[in-house]
Ligand binder design. Structure first.
Ligand SMILES: Nc1ncnc2c1ncn2[C@@H]1O[C@H](COP(=O)(O)OP(=O)(O)OP(=O)(O)O)[C@@H](O)[C@H]1O
Ligand SMILES: [Mg+2]
Length: 438
């Protein structure tokens, strides 16, 4: 039987509706009507700036492939948030407009992303985009290729694979070279590869595949400078927010920070979103320089802290040990033996078995590879064997965030707070002793 929900006047539902109404009204101090969508990282502006040259090169290349019916490839490389996906999507609109003006309709240009997929699912998606039936499992890679080849007999196809480098890390990475080989050497078929890595050609072992990949036909997306970030983000700010919400000098602060960190516009948009959230909670209508500074720091810490939460528990305990030692030490470089001893103590408090020095080194290497710490071998080994000098590359507050947020580390967090409280007390006592003796 269906549940009967009786709505009385003044019921909970009405109260919530009222609260939402008030909250949305309050947002009007911050956002322009329907302004939120302009902060969406997936929003593609029709009038993008600073990428005109790239967009026209990509569209010209797609048009040439289609009109000349040639096979081959185009590569687009650059760091995150530099406008690659946006530029490809805009270039497709340009190419379609050009071709439709010419009355050219016998072609298909499709876009797929390799993010989070294996090659077979990617091939199924390509078939779906091409409007051809293909089973999602139970057929081989070569079968998919044959299905696509069959389609190419009737119409010219251009396939763009975004986030291509993700395929090199997938379970089916041995098929990556086949994808490049067939997609660049099949009649009536060409491809665009979008990647973060400038040198994906280095991962290609087969020389025939390497020669198929026309690495000279590459468009590089340079990191945005602070001024370019400012132009892009001030356009978005004007569309999203009421005048004066983010004053120019405050936006410049954000853009300088983004440019130093690699020119990722997505990060700028996320920080602006956090500014709006902050203003909503604090009921303010302008973001000051101090608030922007606080939010930029918080953004980095949140992101880094979330990354740390993904580590294995042994890695987290090593990080907790590093944090505790750094907070109680004047020195930013730590001795790996101290870190080993401290993490061993933390393990014992959690009733976890000890790990060997070798396993400890393995964890240090993992944390180094992830860019979280820097571990360098000391030249003198001494009696205890080779030692390492360890520095933390993430902000200490990111580890603090991990300790705060991770329920598994609750006990360790309390121990560290006690350790630091005791240390502060000792230091205070020592300094008052010195004062008295002066
Ligand atoms: N030149 C620009 N003008 C306006 N908005 C831009 C510009 N460049 C990037 N953006 C904004 O930033 C967002 C992210 O850009 P995009 O997705 O194209 O980055 P990307 O280079 O593909 O990054 P990734 O390598 O992480 O996939 C876009 O959706 C768009 O909103
Ligand atoms: Mg992209």
């Amino acid at each position: 039987m269906d549940n009967i929900i009786e709505i009385e006047s003044n019921s909970q539902v009405e109260k919530i509706v009222e609260t939402i109404k008030t909250e949305l009204d309050e947002q009007m101090i911050i956002y322009k009507p329907r302004g939120r969508k302009f902060l969406d990282i997936g929003y593609i502006p029709r009038n993008s700036i600073h990428r005109e040259k790239e967009i026209s090169r990509i569209s010209k290349q797609i048009i040439e492939f289609v009109i000349d019916k040639t096979s081959g490839s185009l590569m687009m490389c650059g760091n995150s948030g530099t406008g690659k996906t946006m530029s490809y999507k805009l270039a497709k609109i340009v190419a379609d407009t050009y071709m439709s003006d010419l009355g050219h309709e016998d072609y298909i240009v499709i876009y797929v992303t390799a993010q989070g997929t294996e090659i077979n699912s990617l091939m199924t998606e390509i078939c779906r985009e091409l409007n051809v039936d293909a089973p999602s499992r139970g057929i081989s890679f070569k079968d998919y290729i044959n299905i696509i080849k069959e389609k190419c007999r009737k119409t010219y196809i251009h396939i763009c694979i975004d986030e291509f480098d993700k395929l090199f890390f997938s379970r089916s990475k041995e098929k990556v070279e086949d994808v490049i080989y067939y997609f660049t050497r099949t009649e009536n078929l060409s491809m665009t590869i979008i990647t973060n890595r400038m040198n994906i050609a280095k991962d290609i072992k087969d020389s025939r595949v390497f020669s198929s990949l026309n690495t000279l036909n590459t468009i590089s997306f340079k990191d945005y400078s602070a001024d370019q970030c400012f132009d892009i983000l001030s356009q978005r700010t004007k569309l999203a927010f009421n005048d004066g919400f983010v004053p120019e000098n405050v936006l410049h602060m954000l853009c300088n920070h983004i440019a130093i960190e690699g020119g990722d516009i997505r990060k700028g948009l996320s920080v602006l979103g956090l500014c709006a959230k902050h203003a909503e909670d604090a009921k303010i209508s302008t973001i000051t320089a101090e608030i922007m500074e606080y939010i930029i720091e918080k953004y980095d810490i949140l992101r880094d802290g979330e990354n740390l939460k993904e580590q294995a528990v042994s890695g987290k305990l090593i990080l907790s040990a590093i944090y505790s030692l750094l907070m109680s030490n004047q020195n930013s470089a730590l001795d790996s033996r101290d870190v080993f001893a401290k993490q061993d103590y933390y393990r014992s408090t959690m009733n976890l078995p000890s790990i060997s020095r070798e396993s400890h080194s393995v964890y240090l290497t993992k944390l180094t590879t992830s860019g979280i710490i820097c571990a360098t071998r000391n030249s003198k080994g001494g009696r205890d064997g080779t030692t390492m000098s360890i520095t933390l590359r993430y902000p200490r507050n990111a580890v603090k965030y991990m300790l705060n947020e991770d329920p598994e580390l609750h006990g360790i967090h309390i121990i560290i707070e006690d350790e630091l409280r005791d240390l502060r007390k000792d230091r205070l006592a020592a300094s008052s002793h010195i004062q008295k003796n002066l």
